[in-house]
Design a protein. Structure first.
Length: 170
């Protein structure tokens, strides 16, 4: 990518993956990017759990009725769990770290998709059980990863909802 705008234009949620393994170097790069995400008062309330085990990934596909099927073909996943006692901004901190992961995945030529877990009790219980996550942590989301087995059109800059932008007042 030549620019950050192009990276954003190309990054789309990918829900189908090839069976090509994701290289550890790419996951390490993504995690470094996530660790550099800003957080409230630099509390870094996040914990990242990398999942590569195929049985666990396929089990994650059942964590939601809709919206988790991408784990049926994912080759890896990153669970974002947070210690909510560290800051009242934990959700924003986790979301920013997740976005760093998503953009880094695109930059590395990978597909990725956010699976929302927070406030979905059965989903959180399943993921915590699969990954031995302590009770004091809250799971915000799980990012599925893999090499793309579907093509999504880039965002059309002419069709962006520019009417959502306001200057000085609503």
């Amino acid at each position: 990518m030549d620019s950050f705008e192009q990276l954003c234009q190309h990054r789309r949620s990918i829900r189908k993956y090839t069976n090509r393994p994701v290289e550890q170097e790419k996951i390490d790069y993504m995690l470094r990017c996530a660790l550099m995400a800003p957080s409230s008062k630099r509390t870094n309330p996040w914990e990242f759990i990398v999942v590569r085990d195929e049985a666990k990934l396929r089990a994650m596909a059942g964590c939601r009725t809709y919206g988790s099927q991408m784990f049926e073909t994912a080759m890896a996943a990153i669970v974002i769990a947070l210690d909510t006692s560290l800051t009242d901004a934990w959700m924003a901190d986790g979301a920013i770290a997740a976005e760093h992961l998503l953009l880094a995945a695109e930059e590395q030529g990978l597909g990725a998709c956010w699976c929302h877990v927070y406030c979905r009790e059965a989903s959180e219980e399943l993921i915590k059980g699969l990954c031995d996550i302590p009770e004091n942590l809250t799971i915000l989301c799980v990012i599925s990863l893999g090499y793309k087995d579907e093509e999504r059109k880039n965002y059309d800059l002419e069709k962006l909802k520019y009417e959502k932008i306001h200057n000085e007042k609503y």
